[in-house]
Design a protein around this ligand. Structure first.
Ligand code: AMP
Ligand code: ZN
Length: 113
């Protein structure tokens, strides 16, 4: 698949990978919005949350559990953090491969822009 995040998952494009397993890869965002900002993607090419099918449910649950473990490893549990997935044009999604942003290490504002 000619997709940047598929290429990162296949190690064809370099990234600061912080976790990899059978189902997902996590790597630091190239343009961090906070002291901690990493992305968690499925190895399977899924465009966005809107494209998740029943057969993806186990992978999605695994990704959320992985997010919790990695965030804890980064020391984010005490003060909290944010998990975001942008979808489509209004959601300002720029890479059409499902990803969860995990952002922390500073106090967030709400609502987002
Ligand atoms: P979104 O706008 O929600 O689709 O998020 C895409 C994210 O991918 C942005 O935060 C970008 O900074 C990040 N990004 C784009 N290219 C790379 C890359 N090569 N390595 C790591 N992060 C990237
Ligand atoms: Zn992809």
């Amino acid at each position: 698949m000619d997709c940047l995040f598929c290429q990162i998952a296949r190690k064809e494009v370099p990234a600061e990978i912080i976790h990899e397993d059978e189902f997902c890869v996590a790597f630091n965002d190239i343009n961090p919005a906070a002291p901690v900002h990493f992305l968690v993607i499925p190895k399977k090419h899924i465009v966005s949350v809107a494209d998740i099918t029943a057969e993806d449910e186990a992978v999605l649950g695994h990704m959320l559990k992985t997010i919790a473990i990695l965030a804890n490893d980064k020391g984010l549990n005490e003060r909290g953090y944010r998990v975001v997935s942008n979808i489509g044009e209004d959601g300002q999604q720029t890479i059409p491969h499902l990803h969860f942003h995990v952002i922390g290490g500073r106090s967030m504002t709400w609502p987002p822009g």
